[in-house]
Ligand binder design. Structure first.
Ligand code: ZN
Length: 551
């Protein structure tokens, strides 16, 4: 009997917005066939839809309140705006592949965000975009690293689209396409290296392209591709080719899941949360530092560039770490300077992170210079929530915030204490950042890209017992792991937030094997701390900036 294999191919940032019309127009033949043979619909991301927490929610079947990953970065204890880059050390919950591996299934995990440094798996693992360099041990087992590099030649960890100038967009496309070819070769190499049962891999190049060139993609949405340059359609066809190749490698009778961590849409405006908090009187600047702050906010990009040049002039050595390494880079940290300008004793609320649309209350006994009592927190929080609902972009005469939440409304679980006190969803087209000083809003420009994440990603499944051509209701990203486990014949752990996407299956299939759960007790899963040396951490922060995730 033919062996049944299971493939989960993640296409970072993929959205039906362009994929559906392009598949229907025949540009993406493999996707079109899969839409006819499988069940598909949208996949809701985490709120806000950030790559790192979204993929961790996929792999664990749990929301950020349980796994504790809210962003690419996490706050450094004892600082207000200091942050560290997250890693696999921050993922302490069982994953889809660890559960399958424990059942004796052979797994391949490829390029799934937040899997570096590699943890042992029952099979093979290649680390992700937060791998400091290919000199590091980014594979499990370690020994396949050299073989992989020999086989694939150049191995690019990620393409930093922000490092390309506007007139270099065709070079960016070529580099992304070259990178996709490396991914294809890597997937081939991995699939040929062991007799596998479950493959979980992510292609991240779609996200990079869409951040940079959504303005060129959008005209072809709803016009069957007309209006979108041919080389962009070719890039998606290359992705489609990989989908076809992976499907063929899995073989007849296998399951194929296509998913994305979030969707995409146009980016129009930037909202600077901390500047709004200053305007509303919740965040105070020390009078003597007003001038300095103005200068820093005006020269922010130049300072970041200088810091990067200084760091690059130092030869990165994996073992070289310690206070001396940090001391050169740290004084140049823009956030550090901004932090020093804030009158923390007079600040009741502030935004800490770059991507999570969150506001923290400056709570006594929690924040280093807290000034709000626990008793005052609910009233203050509700006041800010109410003002956020009214927030208007006067230049465009529209309200900006679609929905606001207190932490308790959005996140449940033992890790929810790490979340901001207030989380808000902006309307499509608005992105936030926490830089202090300057205007409330800015137009999107070359430095911010033309595309941004939205909450509606893609879900598609094909295989035995799947309803053919069924358009199903939106599922949630935490539903994918229980659904994959269900097709493999395993019950989902009861502490997963997601559930089996039953609508995708034939009624007869569901009645033959009813989706089941296995009772597990939720345990507090604390992070193992940082995985990186100071130098690696600086390098990764630069990379996240180059990807548009750190302002
Ligand atoms: Zn993403």
């Amino acid at each position: 009997m033919q062996r049944v294999r299971y493939v989960v191919l993640g296409i970072d940032g993929a959205t039906w917005r362009n994929l559906r019309p392009w598949a229907e127009a025949g540009f993406l033949p493999h996707l079109r066939a899969l839409m006819q043979e499988g069940a598909w619909g949208s996949l809701r991301s985490v709120i806000p839809p950030v790559t790192a927490p979204a993929w961790v929610s996929f792999m664990t079947g749990k929301g950020p309140g349980k796994h504790g990953v809210y962003d690419f970065v996490k706050p450094v204890d004892g600082t207000l705006l200091g942050f560290d880059v997250i890693s696999s050390h921050d993922v302490r919950e069982p994953t889809l592949w660890s559960i399958a591996g424990d059942q004796g299934r052979k797994v391949i995990v490829f390029n799934v965000p937040v899997t570096y440094p590699p943890k042992p798996v029952n099979g093979l693992l290649v680390g992700d975009m937060l791998t400091p360099s290919i000199e590091c041990d980014f594979t499990y087992p370690k020994e396949i690293r050299e073989e992989l590099l020999r086989e694939v030649g150049d191995y690019t960890i990620t393409i930093n689209w922000l490092e390309y100038k506007k007139h270099e967009s065709r070079r960016l496309l070529r580099d992304l396409s070259e990178c996709l070819e490396q991914r294809r070769k890597t997937i081939r190499f991995l699939m040929q290296s062991i007799d596998w049962d479950l493959f979980v891999g992510v292609l991240t190049e779609t996200d990079r392209l869409q951040h940079a060139l959504w303005n060129e993609i959008e005209p072809g949405v709803g016009t069957q591709g007309a209006g979108t340059p041919r080389e962009i359609l070719d890039f998606y066809r290359q992705v489609d080719d990989i989908v076809g190749e992976v499907r063929a490698a899995a073989g007849e009778g296998s399951y194929l899941f296509l998913i994305s961590d979030h969707g995409f849409g146009p980016l129009r405006r930037k909202f600077h949360t901390n500047n709004w908090l200053i305007q509303q009187g919740y965040l105070r600047i020390r009078p003597a530092k007003q001038f300095l702050l103005k200068g820093v906010s005006l020269c922010r990009r130049a300072i970041l560039k200088l810091a990067r040049v200084l760091r690059r002039s130092r030869v990165p050595r994996r073992s070289a770490t310690g206070p001396a390494q940090r001391s050169i880079a740290a004084p140049w940290g823009v956030m550090k300077i901004m932090e020093n300008c804030v009158d923390w004793r007079g600040t009741r609320a502030f935004a800490r992170s770059f991507t999570q649309n969150g506001i923290h209350i400056n709570l006594i006994d929690r924040e280093p210079n807290g000034c709000v009592t626990a008793g005052d927190l609910p009233r203050l929080r509700d006041e800010i929530l109410a003002k956020l609902r009214e927030l208007t972009d006067t230049a465009h005469s529209e309200t900006v915030v679609e929905q606001v939440f207190s932490r308790e409304e959005l996140y449940t679980g033992l890790q929810s204490a790490n979340a901001p006190d207030i989380i808000f969803r902006t309307k499509d087209g608005y992105q936030t950042d926490p830089f202090i000083g300057g205007s409330l809003f800015d137009d999107a420009n070359d430095k911010s890209g033309t595309g941004m994440h939205t909450e509606d990603g893609i879900f598609l499944v094909s295989g035995p017992g799947i309803r053919q051509g069924a358009r199903i209701a939106p599922a949630h990203i935490t539903d994918v792991a229980p659904t994959v486990l269900y097709t493999m014949g395993y019950p989902a752990p009861s502490d997963m937030d997601g559930a089996v996407i039953a609508e995708a299956f034939e009624a007869s299939f569901l009645s033959e094997r009813h989706p089941e759960q296995v009772e597990v007790e939720q345990v507090s899963a604390h992070s193992d701390g940082t995985a990186f040396t100071d130098q690696e951490s600086d390098l990764l922060k630069d990379r996240l900036r180059g990807l548009g995730y750190l302002g």
